[in-house]
Design a protein around this ligand. Structure first.
Ligand code: F6R
Length: 606
């Protein structure tokens, strides 16, 4: 994961680097560091968040060239030594790196034989010293050294290097890991995403895989492909929206984002569905859909859960077969994909490494690709043929909440569009009227937050939880379990109701409570049987029920009542109490709700 920021030009670099690191902290927050060039190379690093690094920095660093990094540990624990930037054995190169060097152990042995020793446990130091070795051999020509080194490397990288002997220069390269450049009249910026630099410039370069770009304050820009051949760079100009890290009125971003949902969903439901910035009706995707034989939905984590809801909706109302795949499995299992497939990549960030790679595989196989994305100008935004945006605003809390419900809404509206194209007009009306009326019901769930908080205190110190749901609310059970485990560190498993009998029921006793989603009418009778099976084994049950479901209330230990809505939109309502429940449990357990341990907002390594 990790975030890279760098600058060379005529401005002072200190604040650019700090500001960029803070904007990139969503990619990792276990350690951070910066390197500057002011005659000599100087590196300052610290374990912990960017704010800790800032405490160590002198107010005036007096430098106009520097690189910085915020880390999510892949190789080696979060520590000052393992934090980036790393300095090469010769002391002439300093580098920041995102990605993973898969053959690092073999390269390390090769370098040890050449006399290198290593102070960190990172694959980055191995790659840097490989470049350093070539750099020494070819008389300080970094371009040649990088080209030679990359021949020996397996893995992915986005990296930026500064050189002791070249004070105003940053050299960058990327392979399968995002890195962009920004340009303004003062100099050159480099960053993992454009939002780290978009306050300074609206002119960007998106390097292709294997491109090496030298940004030199005096000499300008030079770019080379992976064979060392000089190439032209394309500069794109646009104004990127600014991030809004403000949570006024709320204790946490997650809380704010949960409470934003009724408004976001109402705005979406009452707007026209846009694909590639044009109305979905009459869009060229609508024509393409006519010849699509199969849909594959790709995603990870919460986005994958939304994809499962998409499958249930599309298969039921459009009658096109839909596969939902973990992007990480899809990309490595040699899937059968052809030009008659529509591949939908769902991603809040648009930067998830596995989803990007899986989408690219689909593109190479000739499939039509559609991104359902929150972050505009992200890698997946650029890498897909068609895009539908979530319009949910910045999601800053690591646990996804509003992006999930917005994903469900956009998948529902896509279902309505596809159903219309396939001649099933009634679905369009059902979905759009259900969505238009949903926001009031979502508000009602939020109005019951205090009761959910009280319930959380009853169960906050339980060690395990089972979540059950069926049909459209099976993904709700998965999502509820994921929310609880990621922010409160309670072990939780989500299962389809009927699957419980095939193993998990062995876990049930008084200390292993089950949260049952009982809101959709179709699966209700079957879920009631599941509840009885749990109660027969002394298991405690909390049920999410519709407000007038008195008979269910008699059966269980605790209930969370939600307004009754049409089944087709019930996942939007049922997930909200689960988000709130996880939030309150995490607070009671003293967890860092917005930045849970070991996680990052965007998983940018595979
Ligand atoms: C869970 C969560 C993650 C993400 C997953 C995919 O709350 O946020 O599971 O859903 O890492 O991220 P995106 O949607 O950015 O591709």
């Amino acid at each position: 994961m990790c975030g890279i920021i760098g600058y060379t030009g005529s401005r002072q670099v200190r604040d650019i680097l700090i500001d960029g690191l803070l904007k990139l902290e969503y990619r990792g927050y276990d350690s951070a560091g910066i390197a500057i060039h002011n005659g000599s190379l100087r590196v300052i690093k610290s374990p912990g968040k960017v704010s800790k690094l800032v405490e160590l920095l002198p107010p005036n660093l007096d430098s106009t060239t520097g690189i910085a990094h915020t880390r999510w540990a892949t190789h080696g624990e979060p520590s000052e030594i393992n934090a980036h930037p790393h300095t090469s054995g010769s002391g002439k190169l300093v580098m920041v790196h995102n990605g993973i060097i898969e053959n690092a152990p073999a390269i390390e042995s090769y370098l040890v034989e050449k006399g290198y020793s290593f102070i960190s446990e990172t694959d980055t130091e191995v790659l840097l010293n490989l470049i350093d070795n070539e750099y020494e051999l070819c008389g300080g020509d970094l371009l040649s050294a990088m080209l030679k080194s990359f021949e020996k490397i397996e893995g992915s990288y986005a990296l930026a290097i500064i050189e002791k002997g070249r004070p105003g220069r940053i050299t960058i390269c990327r392979k399968d890991s995002p890195l962009i450049m920004g340009i303004d009249d003062t100099g050159y910026f480099v960053a993992s995403d454009i939002y780290a630099v978009s306050d300074y410039t609206g002119r960007f370069i998106f390097p292709e895989n294997n491109d090496i770009i030298i940004a030199d304050r005096e000499l300008g820009l030079k770019a080379y492909d992976g064979n060392g051949k000089e190439k032209e760079l394309k500069i794109s100009s646009f104004t990127a929206r600014k991030k809004n890290p403000d949570r006024t009125g709320y204790n946490h971003f997650m809380e704010k984002e949960i409470y934003e949902q009724p408004h976001i969903i109402s705005e979406l439901a009452n707007s026209i569905l846009f694909i590639n910035g044009q109305s979905a009706c009459g869009n060229s995707l609508a024509e393409i859909i006519q010849r699509i034989r199969r849909i594959t939905i790709l995603g990870c984590g919460t986005s994958w859960h939304a994809g499962l809801i998409g499958k249930y909706l599309i298969e039921k109302h459009v009658r096109i077969p839909v596969n939902v795949e973990y992007a990480s499995e899809f990309r490595y299992r040699d899937p059968v994909i052809d030009p008659e497939d529509l591949v939908i990549s769902i991603s809040q960030s648009g930067e998830t490494a596995d989803t990007i790679a899986a989408n690219r595989l689909a593109l190479e196989a000739g499939a039509i690709t559609l991104g359902i994305l929150n972050v505009k100008n992200s890698t997946l935004d650029r890498d897909t043929h068609f895009q539908i945006y979530l319009e949910a605003g910045d999601e800053i809390g690591v646990a996804s909440t509003k992006a999930y419900t917005a994903q469900i809404v956009q998948l529902s509206r896509l279902t309505a569009l596809l159903a219309g194209i396939k001649g099933n007009g009634s679905t369009i009306g059902d979905i759009s009227s259900a969505l238009k009326n949903i926001s009031g019901s979502m508000q009602q769930v939020l109005a019951g937050a205090e009761k959910i908080s009280a319930l959380a205190s009853k169960y906050a110190f339980t060690n395990n939880f089972l979540f059950l749901g069926r049909g459209l609310n099976f993904p709700t059970a998965l999502e509820g379990a994921l929310k609880l485990k990621e922010i409160s560190y309670i072990h939780a498993e989500g299962y389809p109701g009927a699957e419980m009998k095939h193993g998990p029921i062995a876990l049930i006793d008084f200390n292993f409570p089950t949260l049952v989603v009982l809101t959709d009418s179709e699966s209700r009778p079957k879920m009631i049987s599941n509840i009885k099976e749990i109660k027969a084994r002394r298991g405690r049950v909390i049920a999410i029920i519709n407000e007038n479901d008195e008979s269910a209330e008699q059966l269980v230990d605790d209930v969370i009542k939600v307004p009754s809505v049409p089944d087709i939109v019930s996942p939007l309502i049922s997930v909200m109490p689960l988000q709130l429940f996880a939030y309150y449990v995490a607070l009671l357990r003293g967890c860092n709700v917005d930045q849970p341990r070991n996680l990052a907002k965007s998983v940018t390594v595979e």
